[in-house]
Design a protein around this ligand. Structure first.
Ligand code: NAP
Ligand code: ZN
Length: 350
């Protein structure tokens, strides 16, 4: 076992993140040991540190947008070699035998997927610890190949923000010419815009922030709709084939449901909490649907990474040192991030 691995974590839901040390298991037959170079900062890390969803365990080392290089592989590993650029997302294990796992949807594992942080660790008497640290040991089935042609540090957010937006766009068959709305220009939303654009949809950025309009267009939006502008919202009523909603908190649904065409769907990925009551009539009149989506399976995550390699898609990132993490959390909560913070793990190795 490796002891005293440097990390940053939270002691409890009220504490700031601070230096800590953790243990990592010795590699076993099917394991890959990764030297972490970069880790993205997802809004979910902040929700979890603050125990917004009521299921957090401490001490907690967040981080599930992990990029690094392979340092060692177990005897049973043939797909990965020393020095290879790899990634780890939101999951590090699952039962591999239930129907969800067999259907390549480990995120819905009927026996409970092991999340990258805060899940019961199958190998050690501990819970799992995420990527705000210098190294991680992961079962080979949960290690992703990162295309070498894309910018390594800007690839980190693909492991969560990327797959969480790619998966619903694919699952709901977004195609050329569809009118697609993406609500919320943050970490997830900016990836949603890039993917929908690459899938040749007509992309409308639906935002509360007029000052993000130029960025939205630069990222690939063909139009920008300011959700606080009632007139503009009225003009777009009944016009969308698909809407991806990344709002990170409970909110009013009716104004967004009104934007959908007959039979169209709005997929929620952000509000992992109660929503404001909404009027059933909005769905009934037009046979509209509201659905949800959770990250994506490992096979689909690899497909998304390969798609990013082909289309040269990465995240727009602002690099930070590990010790600046608390400031970064404040800025995400203040809606001041363009459009994903990524921690340079060299700052923790000094
Ligand atoms: P983020 O970077 O903070 O972006 C969220 C964006 O939503 C903001 O930039 C803002 O965009 C908009 N927004 C914020 N508060 C709002 C409000 N009260 N009303 C309307 N719009 C608001 O967060 P993120 O990292 O993209 O994560 C988004 C959410 O998805 C989080 O709750 C996260 O936990 C969750 N998540 C879910 C999954 C999944 O698998 N389902 C995976 C990862 C993350 P504008 O300024 O453009 O309005
Ligand atoms: Zn995330």
């Amino acid at each position: 076992m490796k002891e005293n691995v440097k990390a940053y974590g939270a002691k409890d839901s009220k504490a700031e993140l601070e230096p800590m040390t953790i243990k990592r298991r010795d590699i076993q037959k099917d394991d890959v040991e990764i030297d972490i170079t970069y880790c993205g900062v997802c809004h979910s890390d902040i929700h979890t540190v603050h125990n917004d969803w009521g299921n957090s365990v401490y001490p907690m080392i967040p981080g599930h947008e992990i990029i690094g290089r392979v340092v060692l592989v177990g005897d049973g590993v043939s797909d990965f070699t020393e020095g290879q650029l790899v990634g780890v997302g939101c999951m590090v294990d699952s039962c591999q035998t239930c129907s969800a796992c067999k259907d390549d949807m480990e995120q819905f594992c009927e026996n409970g997927a092991t999340m990258t942080y805060g899940s019961k660790d199958k190998h050690m008497d501990d819970h799992t610890h995420g990527g705000y640290t210098t190294s991680i040991v992961v079962d080979k089935e949960f290690v992703l190949r990162i295309p070498e042609n894309i910018d390594e540090k800007a690839a980190a957010p693909l492991l969560c923000a990327g797959i969480t937006t790619y998966s619903p766009l694919k699952n709901w068959n977004v195609k050329k010419g569809d009118n697609v709305g993406v609500i919320g220009l943050g970490g997830l939303g900016h990836m949603g815009v890039k993917f929908a654009n690459a899938m040749e949809a007509h992309v409308v950025m639906i935002t509360t922030s007029p000052d993000k309009a130029d960025d939205a267009e630069r990222l690939g939006a063909h139009e920008v709709l300011i959700s606080k502008d009632k007139e503009a919202m009225k003009k777009h009523q009944g016009s969308f084939d698909f809407i991806l909603n990344t709002i990170p908190v409970g909110h009013k649904m009716d104004p967004y449901i009104a934007l959908l065409k007959r039979d169209a769907t709005m997929v929620l990925v952000g509000s992992v909490e109660p929503l404001d009551p909404f009027n059933g009539a909005g769905l009934i009149m037009g046979r509209k649907r509201v659905a949800g989506s959770l990250i994506g399976g490992i096979k689909e995550t690899q497909e998304m990474l390969d798609f990013c390699g082909e289309h040269n898609i990465v995240s727009d990132v602002e690099m930070i040192d590990m010790m600046d993490i608390n400031k970064a959390y404040e800025r995400v909560m203040d809606n001041d991030v363009k459009y994903r913070f990524v921690i340079d793990m060299a700052s923790l190795k000094k």
